[in-house]
Design a protein around this ligand. Structure first.
Ligand code: PMP
Length: 322
């Protein structure tokens, strides 16, 4: 779907997957006016297909667009585009279990020009890719690196938007995590370098017995849809679920004194992933037992059962395609 100044959204079309031809002076290549989303379609037990909370993705996409001086795509059009792509060939949606069809809606400046200013032409597209179970051999805890050198986002920056630049800026820290033998980066706040924000592509939850806490939305972390869903699912299951502030010292101390029983990350791609160990320049510890915890696995099961249609959709989160 194209957007042009003065005309708005026009020329929606469904075309075979193919490379794009890009002008060397395409503004996105130079000034990175680009945003994206990620959501999944799951095969339901009756053979139909449903996406999980696409309106929440559509609304976050609009928020990202506002931050990046891009036009807002109406939510219905966002959802219709995703539906149309899935319906084109339902065979792409894998049989249930944990497999899904991952959808990647995105928008970028399609205008050509060398001056720095908001573009006047954009292209919105959706591509899809089947995704197998994230942990084919069983859930495996990840090791994390607390990045004290780099920050992902600052107050007033683009941290709450799903824009390419945030991910580009995170790559050196991800490489540093790998050098230290860790799977993922954990980002801290940009001012004091001690408040936990989020992981590379996932939000975090801290489990204190039957109370679960996730870092509050400070404007510099992505408001994850899985994070938001889990606040509700956890309450449905009888847990206390809240947003709060957790520092690196809290994490280390509460793990040592045994009050912090589990830590897990959550996001569309990995659903729920336990955190097994933590490393930084100054510290190195095993989180809890280092094995997937009971609350983590219970929430993981509840979320997946909802997404794959094995439990009732009491919150109206599933969007059936018929
Ligand atoms: N934080 C970041 C930086 C992400 O890229 C993602 C993945 N979209 C998340 C958190 C989790 O968000 P969601 O649950 O909507 O996938």
């Amino acid at each position: 779907i194209k957007w042009t100044e003065g005309r708005g959204w026009h020329d929606a079309e469904l075309v075979p997957y193919a490379p794009l031809s890009i002008d060397p002076a395409n503004m996105t290549l130079h000034y990175a006016q680009t945003i994206f989303e990620g959501l999944k379609a799951y095969k339901q037990p009756d053979g139909t297909v449903a996406t999980f909370r696409p309106r929440a993705n559509a609304e976050r996409f609009q928020a990202s667009a506002r931050r990046m001086a891009m036009p807002e795509l109406p939510a219905d059009l966002f959802i219709e585009a995703c539906d149309a792509l899935i319906k084109q060939d339902r065979a792409w949606v894998p049989e249930s279990g944990e497999a899904s069809l991952y959808l990647r809606p995105f928008m970028f400046a399609s205008e050509v020009g060398l001056g720095v200013r908001p573009a006047n032409e954009f292209l919105f597209m959706v591509i899809a890719s089947p995704a197998g179970a994230y942990f084919p051999g069983g859930v495996k805890p990840v090791s994390v690196w607390l990045s004290e050198e780099y920050v992902r986002a600052v107050k007033g920056g683009t941290g709450a938007a799903k824009t390419g630049g945030n991910y580009a800026a995170s790559l050196v820290a991800q490489a540093q995590a790998a050098e230290h033998g860790c799977d993922q980066v954990v980002w801290l706040d940009a001012v004091e370098h001690r408040w936990i924000e989020e992981m590379g592509g996932m939000n975090l939850y801290f489990v204190y017995g039957d109370r679960i806490v996730t870092p509050e939305l400070t404007g510099s972390l992505l408001p994850g849809i899985t994070r938001d869903s889990l606040l509700t699912i956890a309450r449905d299951l009888g847990y206390t679920a809240e947003e709060g502030r957790i520092s690196t010292e809290d994490w280390k101390r509460d793990n040592e004194n045994g009050t912090l029983t589990e830590v897990f990350a959550c996001g569309t791609a990995a659903v729920i992933t336990p955190v097994g160990s933590v490393k930084s320049e100054r510290a190195n510890w095993t989180q809890g037992t280092g094995e997937p915890g009971e609350v983590t696995m219970k929430l993981r099961k509840a979320l997946l059962e909802l997404q794959t249609g094995r439990t009732a959709d009491t919150h109206g989160w599933m969007h059936p395609l018929g």
